[in-house]
Ligand binder design. Structure first.
Ligand code: CIR
Length: 265
């Protein structure tokens, strides 16, 4: 059983962190409607959706991806790079505790889950404004005994590693070469975003389908040409808060304490 942990949009999302975008008004009702459709899409793709209540005092708390990184063997509770987001992790730790042993990133380490891309036993960690080497070292110490390799990758021009690269197949990634070095991923099959759509590299692979924003028609054509199966969502309001599709859920397999041989998600 694949579980998706989500959290409703905070009524204070207008006060979200912004790094690369100018602040523009966010239509809360529309954001909530789009988020509900996102949750429905996850359910249609076979996920059991555990939807946590909104956190009115935590503007960015809908972006649950940043609070944890989940492996078959354990879950790592993040220490988000933005101070304003640190309180988001407590309730996520409580939600994950029934499913996984937990590890906690400690100071001086900081990591946002959006900076962590897992492909099988390879863990790529974006060295961004939010994530540092100390966190990479802590992750390596916990994951190496299970056979994972943890590698820091420079990220520039965007918020997170997964703004620039996400999985769209078992060994295939969608990538913006302006924001991450392509050569760091040369063991993988690479599909490059259309140059006119820099934000198009973020898709969420669920089973064999990629949940994908409807905004990026040119990159969509590239994916379809490579026979990537897509399910479309409109996340225009959350995009104004620098969110995309991976960031609104944490995905895990509930039976994996028993079956640790499954490829990491
Ligand atoms: C932030 O700056 O932290 C939020 N406004 C956006 C976080 C998006 N998270 C993600 O892409 N993983």
């Amino acid at each position: 059983m694949q579980i998706a942990i989500t959290r409703k949009v905070s009524p204070s999302i207008a006060n979200c962190e912004l790094t690369h975008l100018a602040r523009v008004p966010i239509d809360l009702a529309l954001a909530e409607k789009q988020h509900a459709a996102y949750e429905q899409c996850l359910a249609t793709l076979g996920c059991e959706v555990h939807s946590l209540p909104a956190e009115p005092g935590l503007p960015d708390s809908v972006f649950v991806e940043d609070t944890a990184v989940i492996f078959d063997e354990l879950a790592i509770i993040a220490r988000p790079g933005a101070e304003s987001r640190r309180a988001e992790t407590a309730s996520i730790g409580a939600a994950l505790r029934p499913y996984r042993d937990l590890r906690f990133i400690e100071a001086p380490g900081t990591v946002d889950g959006g900076d962590v891309l897992v492909v099988g036993r390879s863990v790529f960690v974006g060295l961004s404004a939010r994530t540092n080497r100390a966190a990479v070292d802590q992750m390596q110490s916990w994951l190496a005994p299970f056979g994972y390799t943890v590698t820091g990758v420079p990220v520039s021009g965007c918020l997170h590693l997964k703004s620039a690269i996400t999985r769209v197949g078992p060994q295939t990634v969608l990538l913006n070469p302006d924001w991450v070095p392509t050569e760091s991923f040369n063991r993988l099959e690479i599909i490059v975003v259309d140059a006119s759509e820099p934000y198009a590299a973020n898709g969420l692979l669920i089973g064999s389908t990629v949940l994908y924003p409807m905004a990026y028609s040119r990159t969509r054509s590239r994916l379809e040409a490579q026979r990537v199966r897509l399910a479309f969502v409109d996340v225009s309001e959350l995009a104004k808060a620098e969110g995309a599709v991976t960031c609104c859920s944490l995905i895990l397999f509930s039976e994996s304490r028993q079956s640790s041989s499954r490829a990491a998600i």
